[in-house]
Design a protein. Structure first.
Length: 583
């Protein structure tokens, strides 16, 4: 056993010499672990575009199948699949036979998929802690210990980072790899160690091999490095400029990306995915015009939405004030030029991805918000250092952090109070054999795989094999508008599915995404969905609208259930025949 002194030394080693920063990470992890089971147990997840539990299989198989591709590269699905093998192999061995249907039923059972989801979320939490630690080290190197503490604290309360720091979406993993890449780049410039340049290349390749869009984080780094070398030559050590070092780093970058993305094993599939990324993968969801007006509208929505995606406005103002301090420090004193590199990573993500694809969701602006945390820490530390009354300054900073923590707490409550739980409880009280009809992807739906006496069917014009299967749910290929002919006892409409039909005409510079336009083209079905939501569906009565609700103190503070990528804070409408709305 180790004594108290040994325990303190171990704590300092894990904290990188700062127990306060370690405490921030532990608190972040504890809060994340408290919410990982919000949609479990289940054989699917409510995380829109999450990889675990089900997309692990397609992510590996499609990336290795010649000429085919998955929407994400190979690296993350392969790694998660490997970690899930201790769960998947015993499940497959318990299958009645090796027939595909039997294997699928065994593997997609709720206990197995629940375990895979928890493994994926544990990986996301570890990646988030790595990103926080790396951010703190960058801030400590560039702005001092106090700025490092503030930076990690503000990052740990950034709403977008809080959600994706515990979700199985690949955004958190890619962000962590990109942050490490920037850290190694700064270390290479500052200390001149050649191995740091190669580590930067390896982490950059991993980030893009986890999620393609993270190429944008690195676009502005080379020109900013050139500017740094011109303004502050001493900031870049000679070893980082060596031609041989850059050549080796380039080779590492290319080789690591070729392997991690799957291009080395399936070059034709890589070409297929590249075409999809440049076509439907981005174009089908574009919400802004391809014009100057569209770009300005997109940028304006990103900036106006910072209080919903990052922090309350005072913290947002503090972060941009920190950006101004960094820029002024470089322009006036020709010092601290390396502080521009994190800003370049965030700005590159905004310019070369967010504005390029015409989106504003939390996960797309996540890199910008995360790097702004560093500048919020810089701003807070500068104000604390300049304050005439340090104790009052620390109290103000603590109050600001507490304010910043309110939206993440509201997010956790929103997840645990998800209205789909109320729908599930109501369905369990219905008579055996009650027929239930619903629509859309599994991620929007209540857990119909939970024990219930109802008979559920998912209806849509697509063939049954186009849907992610769910045990016990019938797939009905039919137009939604033909509901009177099917005549189910209960109709469940989720807001995620209904969004295209409920949307108001877009404002100038904005457009309906092509997928929404295709959904709205079926006017009869769109009208039926609108009637269901309004409670005017012929032959049915609106029983209730299930929606998350925050405790009264949060409502008094003006907080609402946060909505993150159609995964949280959404409503569900439940309709039944006029006499069927039993409690």
């Amino acid at each position: 056993m180790i004594g108290a002194a040994g325990a303190r030394r171990l704590l300092r080693a894990c904290a990188g010499g700062d127990p306060v920063r370690l405490g921030i990470r532990i608190a972040f992890a504890a809060c994340a672990l408290a919410v990982v089971g919000w949609d479990l147990p289940s054989s699917f997840s409510w995380e829109n575009d999450g990889v675990a539990p089900r997309d692990i299989f397609a992510g590996v198989a499609e990336n290795l199948r010649p000429g085919h591709a998955f929407r994400y590269p190979l690296l993350a699905p392969l790694a998660l699949g490997f970690l899930c093998l201790p769960v998947l192999v015993p499940a497959a061995l318990r299958a009645p036979s090796l027939r595909l249907d039997d294997l699928r039923a065994a593997v997609l059972a709720p206990p197995v998929m629940t375990a895979c989801a928890l493994i994926g979320r544990a990986v996301a939490i570890v990646a988030a802690m790595i990103a926080l630690a790396s951010l703190g080290r960058i801030a400590a190197r560039l702005a001092g210990a106090r700025a490092a503490r503030f930076s990690e604290a503000f990052a740990a309360t950034n709403l977008a980072f809080v959600y994706y720091g515990r979700a199985t979406n690949l955004d958190g993993l890619a962000l962590a790899a990109s942050v490490l890449a920037v850290e190694y780049l700064i270390a290479a410039c500052d200390a001149g160690r050649r191995r740091d340049v190669e580590r930067c290349a390896l982490c950059a390749a991993a980030a893009v091999a986890i999620k393609d869009q993270y190429y944008a984080a690195f676009v502005l780094l080379p020109p900013v490095l050139v500017a740094v070398a011109r303004w502050q030559p001493a900031a870049i050590a000679a070893g980082a400029r060596a031609r041989g070092t850059l050549a080796r780093a380039g080779a590492v970058l290319v080789a690591a990306y070729a392997v991690g993305s799957g291009a080395a094993f399936n070059p034709s599939g890589f070409v297929t995915r590249a075409r999809a990324l440049l076509g439907p993968a981005s174009g089908d969801y574009r919400a802004y015009e391809r014009s100057a007006a569209g770009v300005l509208a997109n940028l304006g929505d990103v900036l106006r939405g910072q209080a919903d995606t990052f922090w309350p406005w005072p913290v947002v103002a503090l972060a941009w004030g920190g950006v101004a301090l960094a820029l002024l420090g470089v322009l006036r004193r020709r010092r601290g030029a390396l502080l521009l590199l994190p800003l370049a990573a965030g700005a590159g993500s905004l310019i070369f991805f967010v504005l390029a694809v015409g989106r504003t969701e939390h996960r797309f602006v996540l890199p910008l918000g995360f790097w702004l945390s560093l500048y919020a820490g810089l701003g807070a530390a500068t104000l604390a250092d300049a304050a005439a009354r340090p104790r009052a300054a620390r109290a103000a900073a603590a109050a600001l952090l507490a304010w910043a923590a309110l939206p993440p707490i509201a997010l956790a409550l929103t997840q645990w109070r998800d209205g789909r739980r109320d729908v599930e409880a109501w369905l369990r009280r219905q008579p055996a054999g009650t027929t239930v009809e619903t629509y859309g992807p599994l991620v929007y739906l209540p857990r119909f795989d939970a024990a219930a006496p109802t008979r559920a069917a998912r209806v849509g014009p697509e063939p049954a094999e186009a849907h992610n299967p769910l045990a016990g749910m019938r797939e009905v290929q039919d137009e939604i508008a033909n509901l009177p002919r099917r005549s189910p006892d209960v109709v469940v409409v989720t807001e995620g599915f209904a969004l295209p039909d409920l949307a108001q005409p877009p404002a100038p510079g904005r457009v309906f995404p092509p997928l929404w336009r295709r959904a709205r083209a079926d006017e009869a079905s769109a009208r039926l969905i609108r009637d269901a939501v309004a409670g005017t569906l012929d032959g049915y009565r609106l029983c209730f609208v299930a929606a998350p609700a925050l405790p009264a103190p949060f409502a008094w503070l003006g907080l609402r259930p946060p909505r993150v990528h159609v995964s949280t804070g959404m409503r569900t409408w439940v309709l039944a025949r006029a006499s069927g709305c039993s409690p």
